[in-house]
Unconditional design. Sequence first.
Length: 93
Amino acid sequence: MFPLKNYYESFIKKEIIGTKREAAIKKLSNLLACHVISKNTESAIHIRYFTCNEQMQPTDKWIGTIAVKIKNDIVIETAISLPKNDDSKSFEI
């Protein structure tokens, strides 16, 4: 199990670039955290991740957001945003 930042840096960042939009959404939706797609446009996708409750529904504890930039239906760039208090280190996916 990895904290979100470590998982992003080790796997996601490298595997997502160059993939098609739908494959990227599927991969990012399968992380072991509750996700909410907060932006889904022709040029970008933002997926927010939260801790989950017992019913696997998102709680109000945000652990990070992964943003994906898309051009011609292909992922060209990614970025991650984490809580400022760096409390996310204690949450693993």
